[in-house]
Design a protein around this ligand. Structure first.
Ligand code: TA6
Length: 298
């Protein structure tokens, strides 16, 4: 285990500790004046973020696996270069299953800590044009995530999907409202991907919900009276928002998810999936940015 500290204006150091986490998987523990975070190198997976005066912002299943090449259930899975199932391949791409390289970490004078990871080359990538995928996590009073994909090909465009598949901790899903998607079109996976339109300004969940909202760049608010918290999801270069709660039956079918855990989580995911697939020209860069913030309900 080793520790790196950097003094800051606030006098409290932004601190990065390297250690072996669950399943002996290497991870970083980051502390700042405002917050704590944990990031596993497998999948560059943020598994924990908590502001000092709040409950954890991210949900992590008590039943999650922590084993090489196995997806972690909760936190922020990095979904790339495809979303959903793919013939003969894993669900949600291979990026979340690889051990990303730690390229740099930069405690800043303002007390925030940024860590940059790079997806190493791997056999699965050979099916795509040459690309570089970097992921920068910035921990402060907010959690800022940036997935930058560069098409290194000089001839071929790079078709891919990206999604930061964020699992949020909530008090009781039955009392939560999700705002910001009023009027947006969506694909309803529970109804065989039927195309629908969101009629209400506020979404409530009382059964399995699995919706891909398309052509929407709107910020989302998760209003949680159970915890007495409002979470804000702001995004850049993202046209898709996915809302998912497995509810009872699906929860019971997932071995790495507790039967009752659907009550304490909701996924609000930001990226470009399905109809919003990215066609990145040669030499261009795609930067998906998501910033998560929270505060008490007014
Ligand atoms: O983003 C929603 C979704 O596509 C759901 O359909 C469900 O499969 C969820 O992702 C979880 O996927 P995972 O591969 O993490 O089990």
């Amino acid at each position: 285990m080793s520790t790196q500290e950097q003094p800051s204006e606030s006098g409290v150091p932004g601190r990065v500790v390297f250690l072996d986490g669950r399943g002996e998987l290497p991870m970083l523990e980051i502390s700042t004046a405002w917050s704590m975070a944990e990031i596993y190198l497998q999948g560059a997976h943020v598994t924990h973020f908590r502001k000092k005066d709040e409950l954890p912002l991210l949900f992590l299943s008590q039943c999650s696996r922590f084993a090489e090449g196995q997806p972690i259930r909760g936190g922020v899975p990095v979904v790339f270069p495809w979303f959903g199932p793919r013939e003969g391949m894993g669900q949600h791409g291979f990026a979340r299953l690889k051990t990303w390289e730690l390229k740099e970490f930069a405690p800043a004078p303002n007390g925030s800590v940024s860590v940059r990871f790079r997806l190493p080359d791997c056999p699965e990538a050979s099916a795509f044009p040459a690309f570089t995928a970097d992921y920068v996590v910035t921990v402060s009073e907010t959690l800022r995530l940036e997935l930058a994909v560069t098409n290194n090909s000089t001839t071929d465009e790079f078709l891919f999907e990206n999604c930061l598949h964020t699992y949020f901790e909530v008090g009781d899903i039955r009392t939560v409202s999700i705002r910001g998607l009023g009027g947006a079109a969506y694909l309803d996976k529970v109804a065989n991907f039927a195309q629908k339109s969101e009629t209400g300004d506020s979404i409530r969940i009382s059964s399995e919900v699995d919706r891909i909202y398309v052509n929407t760049s709107a910020p989302i608010e998760i209003v949680d009276p159970g915890i007495g918290r409002k979470i804000r999801v702001e995004k850049q270069a993202s046209l898709s928002t996915v809302v998912w709660n497995p509810w009872i039956a699906k929860a019971q079918q997932m071995p790495d998810f507790g039967n009752e855990e659907y009550e304490r989580m909701v996924c609000v995911e930001s990226g470009n999936v399905s109809l919003n697939e990215i066609r990145l020209p040669p030499g261009e860069v795609s930067r998906l940015i998501v910033e998560l913030s929270s505060g008490p309900l007014q």
